[in-house]
Design a protein around this ligand. Structure first.
Ligand code: OAD
Length: 253
């Protein structure tokens, strides 16, 4: 792992054919969505086994829905920031680009990113606990009554809970992208939740250049070719500027 200075960025991104970004809760932190870990993280205040697993839902669906309604309210009240917008801009300047996110807040799509793989689902989706049918419903508000599917089953938030598998098609696309990219950017993730964390390992094994953006080090920092220590909102716009100037140079060639 090397320290990086801004002029290195152009060198890192030059001639890259396929950029993959894996984002985590850290990128949404600057929009005002709490992360999961760390001193102010959700898991320091709440117990995942009481709120984010199937057993918890079956034991107390009202409690689980109340918590997700609180998170939906937070997410609806915030906006994408400069880091999210920078990723949308990088996508538009890249020959091939895949954004894989562990975030369920939909902020990447709201920022204009188009090829987004939501590994852990989306908090605005309701999913039937019985038949599995999913419906995106931004207007739904939990007000004490458990919503029902047309099949009669209980609706639950359409996110991946602890102990559950990731959506197979989304995970397959993510693995394919990680295994075929030449630049892999990990931003705002603690890199400890699998299988999401394995994507960086796949990219590393296949020889992609690995760039990590995080104010802290993670278990994957040792696999990174470059670690940019700082916030997504500060660093990603610098990266987007480098893509823009490289693009305008190439266009002028
Ligand atoms: P975490 O909360 O585990 O980690 C957030 C990471 O973001 C940490 O490494 C922070 O250092 C970093 N960070 C904080 N502020 C940042 C900033 N402004 N810019 C860049 N980085 C910053 O979040 P995830 O890694 O996303 O799963 O957590 C993975 C999964 O664990 C989540 O998707 C969720 C959770 O349990 C499910 O809900 C299934």
């Amino acid at each position: 792992m090397q320290a990086i200075i801004p002029c290195d960025i152009a060198y890192i991104i030059k001639n890259k054919e396929h950029t993959v970004v894996l984002s985590g809760a850290g990128i949404s932190a600057e929009s005002g969505v709490p992360t999961f870990r760390g001193t102010d993280g959700l898991w320091s205040k709440y117990r995942p086994e009481e709120l984010a697993c199937e057993q918890a839902f079956l034991a107390d669906p009202e409690l689980v829905w109340s918590w997700y309604q609180y998170r939906r309210d937070v997410i609806k009240s915030v906006k994408p920031h400069a880091g999210h917008l920078a990723l949308a801009s990088i996508e538009s300047l890249s020959p091939q680009f895949t954004l894989i996110t562990q975030n369920v807040d939909g902020l990447h799509v709201r920022a204009g990113s188009r090829r987004v793989l939501e590994l852990h689902g989306n908090i605005m989706v309701n999913k039937c606990h019985s038949c599995g049918e999913e419906t995106r419903d931004e207007e739904f508000r939990f007000a004490g009554e458990i919503p029902k599917c047309r099949c009669g089953g209980m609706l639950r938030p359409g996110v991946v809970w602890f102990g559950e598998s990731l959506p197979v098609d989304v995970l397959e696309q993510a693995i394919t992208a990680a295994g075929s990219c030449d630049l892999f950017i990990s931003v705002g993730t603690s890199s400890i939740v699998y299988p999401a964390a394995s994507l960086l390992e796949i990219a590393h094994e296949k020889g992609a250049v690995i760039l990590e953006i995080n104010p802290e080090t993670t278990p994957h920092t040792r696999l990174a070719d470059y670690h940019l220590s700082g916030s997504a909102g500060q660093i990603l716009p610098v990266l987007a500027d480098a893509y823009k100037s490289l693009h305008s140079q190439t266009a002028g060639d």
